[in-house]
Design a protein around this ligand. Structure first.
Ligand code: UDP
Length: 237
């Protein structure tokens, strides 16, 4: 089968893992993520995943906390390891081979990040989950997604969100908002469109790595995308 992309970096938000809960990890959502990933892994797509931690802890926007920023950021990174472990279990429960990699050394639960090794896992058809973000404070998991995607030579970043794509303005506030099918990196900047944080976005732009923003909640979307169906919004040069 002709695949739209051979090697992908799927960015999943931690916040989405809450499902309908206020905090933590929702089982149904976890299984949904796993099933979506399995459906494309079975097609022969090489899948690397970066998962966020927003459902458990975020270091940013925490001005009134006694936990200072850097400490909070490390807590956020550890939260992504917890989510990564959960995603690994859910994938394994439906028969998908995975490797969990952590940017912060934690050898009892995850492999350290060794680029060539991560690529080898992908070549063998294992789903690679990158956790602990970039391993550095003051970054986000979007930056980690951009960085790892470039490092492993992914063809695209697939950013799974709760909305269908990138809009001219916030569709929840503005009923005239329209969705872009395609948009260039420059247009995103000129029109202050929200796709990723600036650090992550710049990394993608400088390395000419396309980003697809799509709705991950809808069953089958990921598969349709990889079969080449026009879906979500594509950012490219
Ligand atoms: N974080 C960090 N460095 C990284 C990645 C993440 O310090 O390279 C911290 C940061 O505090 C962030 C938190 O981990 O707020 C959780 O990640 P993020 O907010 O990106 O998760 P998401 O919004 O995707 O759930």
């Amino acid at each position: 089968m002709e695949l739209a992309y051979q090697r992908v970096l799927l960015k999943l938000s931690g916040e989405a893992l809450m499902g309908k809960r206020d905090f933590g990890i929702d089982n149904a959502m976890l299984l949904h993520y796993a099933e979506e990933i399995k459906s494309v892994q079975r097609m022969g797509v090489e899948v690397a995943v970066v998962i966020g931690g927003g459902n458990i802890y975020r270091g940013v926007n925490n001005e009134n906390s006694v936990i200072e920023r850097v400490q909070g950021d490390y807590m956020g990174m550890l939260a992504t390891v917890i989510n990564g472990m959960a995603l690994q279990s859910s994938l394994e429960s439906i028969g998908v081979y995975t490797r969990l990699i952590s940017a912060i050394e934690m050898k009892e639960v995850a492999e350290p990040y060794i680029r060539r090794r991560a690529i080898r896992h992908l070549e063998k058809g294992r789903v690679v989950i990158f956790s602990a973000g970039t391993g550095n404070p003051y970054f986000t998991t979007d930056s980690a997604a951009a960085l790892r995607a470039i490092e492993i030579g992914a063809d695209v970043i697939l950013k799974g969100t709760k909305v269908n794509g990138i809009y001219t303005s916030d569709p929840e506030q503005d009923s005239t908002a329209e969705m872009y099918d395609r948009v260039t990196f420059d247009e995103v900047i000129d029109n202050s469109l929200r796709v990723m944080d600036k650090t992550a976005f710049t990394l993608c732009q400088e390395n000419n790595l396309p980003i697809v923003v799509f709705n991950i909640y809808e069953e089958g979307n990921l598969q349709s995308l990889l079969k080449g169906q026009q879906l979500g919004s594509v950012v490219s040069g």
